[in-house]
Design a protein around this ligand. Structure first.
Ligand code: AMP
Length: 248
């Protein structure tokens, strides 16, 4: 079966984001960018399905600037077979991403689309759900385990514990942190990835309008956390809480 994996280029998770002076967004100039961590997990899961003989082909898709090619090359170096870059310099919102992915899914006819549960830059946690709705396919979100036979059995991380759902294929799955630990690409695989097929498309090729529908009013840094204090005893703690009006 063919698996489609969506990978987004985002600010590296180790980088402390800086807000632009004019409050219009996060400053990305000279900032290290990487594959969204949940998408690394998605690529890893697709590769494991291929290693088990369940998946036969893995197609990685990214929607973003020309530099998103680097993200796709990383996916290819990890083990994806080919890649599609839908190139745009717009900041594409989840609905437009989902519409483009839906068109690609109609063209490619995968049995499964794996996405991250959320992109760590905008934290929307929406694209997978929107994609499933657009395609009319079942969805297994926040997956911590995927097993595939005639149907996909997906274990989901929910508030109260774990929920297991059975999905008819084709289906949309989004990854949670504990699904797997993504591999590092080896040097030979990084070299090999350079010659794997990567096609460049535009949102217009899929008839999707990517202009933003949301207006960002202001972006501010989170309030700095105040330093904590160490108390000497439980009585001391209770006294402090009483002083703050938290305990009686
Ligand atoms: P979000 O709904 O924005 O939090 O993103 C959820 C998931 O959708 C991500 O982890 C990616 O797998 C996928 N995704 C979102 N935006 C893009 C994009 N521009 N290109 C490729 N995949 C994306």
């Amino acid at each position: 079966m063919k698996v489609l994996v969506a990978v987004k280029r985002v600010i590296d998770f180790n980088v402390k984001p800086r807000v632009k002076m004019d409050g219009s967004g996060v400053d990305l100039a000279n900032v290290k960018m990487s594959m969204n961590p949940f998408d690394e997990i998605a690529v890893e899961e697709a590769i494991r399905l291929k290693e088990k003989g369940v998946a036969t082909e893995i197609v990685a898709v990214s929607i973003g600037p020309a530099k998103a090619q680097e993200t796709l090359r990383t996916a290819l170096a990890m083990g994806a077979d080919r890649a599609i870059l839908v190139q745009t310099d717009e900041e594409v919102e989840p609905l437009a991403v989902a519409k483009i992915l839906a068109k690609i899914a109609e063209e490619e006819q995968p049995q499964m689309v794996i996405l991250g549960k959320q992109a760590i830059d905008d934290d929307n946690n929406a694209t997978g759900q929107m994609l499933a709705a657009l395609l009319g396919w079942p969805q297994g979100t926040f997956a911590s385990k995927i097993e595939i036979a005639d149907v996909a059995t997906v274990t989901r991380e929910v508030d109260g514990g774990l929920e297991t759902v059975k999905l008819n294929l084709p289906a949309v799955v989004t990854t949670d942190l504990r699904l797997n630990e993504p591999r590092y690409a080896s040097l030979p695989n990084i070299m090999k990835a350079k010659s794997k097929p990567l096609v460049a498309k535009s949102p217009g090729d899929y008839g999707v309008e990517v202009a933003r529908r949301l207006e960002t009013l202001k972006v501010v840094e989170p309030v700095k956390r105040q330093a904590g204090i160490t108390v000497g005893s439980v009585d001391d703690l209770v006294g402090k809480l009483k002083g703050l009006g938290i305990a009686k």
